[in-house]
Structure formats: structure tokens, C-alpha cells
Design a protein. Sequence first.
Length: 259
Amino acid sequence: MKPAVVLLHSSMSSKSQWLSLKAHLGDAYRFLPVDLLGYGASPFPAAADAGEDYIHTLAHEVDAVIASIAMELEPGEAFHLVGHSFGGACALHMARRMPERVLSLTLFEPVAFHLLADQHPAKVEITSVVAGIAASASDRDATRIFIDYWNRPGAFDDAPAGAQDKMIAQIAKVRLDFQALLGEPATLDDLSMLTMPSLVMAGERSPASTRLLVEQLGRSLPNASAMQTRGAHMGPITHADVVNPAIAAFLSGAEVTTD
């Protein structure tokens, strides 16, 4: 049986972001891309609309991922796990929940800022961004802050009107994503159980917050390599020609298969 690869995308994206990776890897694997809650074909968390007491967590996201892939895997079957940005933070939570089933862990700028102390420069930078989004007078202003931070100043205003509208429609889920990220109780010490081969990547032009976090993860994960690629935070999409070969090479070296 071909080894399975579970793919988790970034915020304001969908499982379709992995189409180029799937094409690059060819037919050597079984691909299980998942739409995270509120993105693509996956529903917005229903409980979030029920009242102000709802607290979104990474456990909610991972519960949905596990349910989504359950029918595609044999009972207890192990798999490779790939995550980008918010999907990378979800992948870390998922790997801690079932470390015996994760053959390898590939992370491109996982936004797992909860792992860092409050005074860490990466944590300070991202909490400032989150505060700016929360204080925004409109969803448009909040979306502008989010998009420009992860891309470049002016990126949101330069986007076509239709693309802007689509992004604005997703900012409510982005707020929940940040709630889940910053509320996650895991610490760097909790990563000691993740002994599977791991690759952690960052773009050379990414914000300091994720570059610093990737450096820390490279030191903290027991069996990890860290590398920098061309591009920025959206590298798996904008620089797939660089990111995909790196992922392919890593998966090949880490692969464990059983027939």
C-alpha cells in the first residue's frame, strides 16, 4: 500500500493549495488533503455562532481532521503529516495526540506562537498583530492588517475587488484561528514526544515572528532539521518550485512503508 500523506493548509486557504505538491510527488503516495473548519468545503464551526461563550481550540480543528481522514486510512495506519501556517500548528497538535501514527512531520512556518514565552520577540510581534485585528473598525480593515502582515504592505489593496471580498468573508474564521493558536496550552517541553523525523521550513522574507519560531522549533523538536527557502510566508503557494522539491526529498528520506 502506498504511504498516506495528510495535508493541512493555511488560514484563508483550502486543500486546493496542495495541488502542485500532489503533482510534483506523482503517484508514489496517497494524498489526504483536508479543508480545515470554515475553509473550502468545510463548515464554519457551528458552535461559534451560538453565543459569546464559545472558545475555539486546536482540538476542535484536529477532531475534524481526524474524522475527515478516518475513512481513507486503515485502522491504526500511520501517515506522513504536512502543515502550513495555521495548518502547521494543527499538525503539531495532531502529532502530539497520536505520535505513534505520524511517520514524519513537515511544517512550513507553523504559527504555533503559544509555544513561546510572552516576552519572546516572535510572540510580542504576533500578539500586536492580533490586537490590531481585534481593534479594527471594520472587517475590511482587519483583513487588510492580516493580509499585509503575511504578504507585504499594500497587498490587500492591490488585490482585485472579488478577491478582497472573499478574504473579508473569511476574517471571522481567522479570528477563531488566532483564538485557538494563542489559547493552546502546549509548551516547548511538550514537543519532546515528537521523535519522528521532522522538517521545519521558513521563507527568507517572512515576518520575524515565524522565522524566529522556526529556529526555535528546529532546536526543540528531537529529530528535526530546519531550513530557509526563497520567498515568504506563503512559500508553498508562491514558491512551490522550491518548497515542493524540499518536501519531496524529505518525505522520501523519512518514508516508512508496510504492505
